[in-house]
Design a protein around this ligand. Structure first.
Ligand SMILES: NC(=O)c1ccc[n+]([C@@H]2O[C@H](COP(=O)([O-])OP(=O)(O)OC[C@H]3O[C@@H](n4cnc5c(N)ncnc54)[C@H](OP(=O)(O)O)[C@@H]3O)[C@@H](O)[C@H]2O)c1
Length: 257
């Protein structure tokens, strides 16, 4: 029996100004669809919004920092009041961008503020009205980096592990309220975040292809949308093994940019 396909009318996407978020905005853009898009870079966000309008979508673009809890709550509540949201994609995220030197303490704190607190600031203002309506969907962008602590990117991997586990827990908790939750774990995707990487990135994927995979998975309310499968299997296996068995390998890997 085929699973029910969820087709959202009003979608909110953070980090939509470039990369996977931009590809998702274009993927969801179409007639009879409202898109609320956010990012920090006004010009890039405006270009993405205009491109989505060109595909027939009704678009509101907002420059807002996901780490700013009050601003996010104000924006999302106002959007939801006009266009009741049925899908919220918490996509905005950062890595250290350290030029191969790893994460400083400041970078580690910034990463947690955006990748962890930023996800909470995105989903909670939507969960409350979704619960009242008894329907809605949340998608959280984690990473295959979530499956094991990474010496080259400790805060990044930890922030992704936190939102992965949080999303998995929320899924069971919110099911009774009619809200679906999917956790997205991409491998390497060609974006601004990865283009600085100085090491080989196996199975590097185009952002548009990633967006198509994500949309398909979200439409089926899949609990975990992890891809490409070879990267996922390797990451999962590495996480399942005792850390002492894999430390020697992981400690030699280059530091993430
Ligand atoms: N690329 C990969 O290989 C990969 C793999 C696994 C998971 N991911 C995850 O996928 C998500 C998107 O990454 P990407 O590769 O598309 O990176 P990207 O090209 O650097 O895009 C990141 C997006 O997040 C936004 N953003 C960053 N900090 C923000 C903040 N404080 N407030 C609001 N928006 C903010 C950026 O907006 P502005 O530039 O306008 O600030 C941009 O739109 C991230 O969560 C990342 O961790 C990526």
């Amino acid at each position: 029996m085929s699973k029910k396909v969820l087709t959202p009318t009003a979608v909110l996407i953070t980090g939509a100004s470039i990369g996977i978020g931009e590809a998702l905005a274009r993927e969801y853009a179409g007639p009879s669809r409202f898109l609320a898009l956010s990012g920090r870079h006004q010009e890039r966000l405006k270009d993405v919004a205009n491109a989505c309008r060109g595909f027939g979508a009704d678009v509101e673009a907002k420059v807002v920092d996901v780490a700013d809890r009050d601003a996010m709550a104000r924006w999302i509540k106002a959007v939801d009041a006009k266009h009741p949201l049925d899908l919220v994609i918490a996509n905005a995220g950062i890595s250290s961008g350290s030029g191969g030197r790893g994460e400083s303490e400041t970078q580690a704190r910034d990463i947690f503020a955006v990748n962890l607190a930023g996800v909470l600031n995105t989903i909670w203002p939507a969960i409350t009205p979704m619960r009242e309506r008894g329907t809605g969907q949340i998608a959280i962008v984690s990473s295959v980096a979530a499956f094991r602590g990474l010496p080259g990117a400790p805060a990044y991997a930890a922030s992704k592990a936190a939102v992965k586990n949080y999303g998995e827990g929320l899924r069971g908790w919110l099911a009774a309220d009619g809200i679906g939750v999917s956790v997205i774990c991409p491998g390497f995707v060609h974006t601004r975040m990865t283009e600085k990487n100085i090491y080989p990135m196996p199975f590097l994927m185009d952002a548009n292809k990633a967006a198509r995979i994500i949309r398909k998975g979200v439409e089926r309310n899949k609990p975990r949308i992890a891809f490409p499968w070879p990267t996922y299997i390797l990451a999962w296996l590495a996480g399942a093994l005792p850390p002492g068995w894999t430390d020697a390998v992981y400690n030699r890997l280059p530091k993430k940019d």
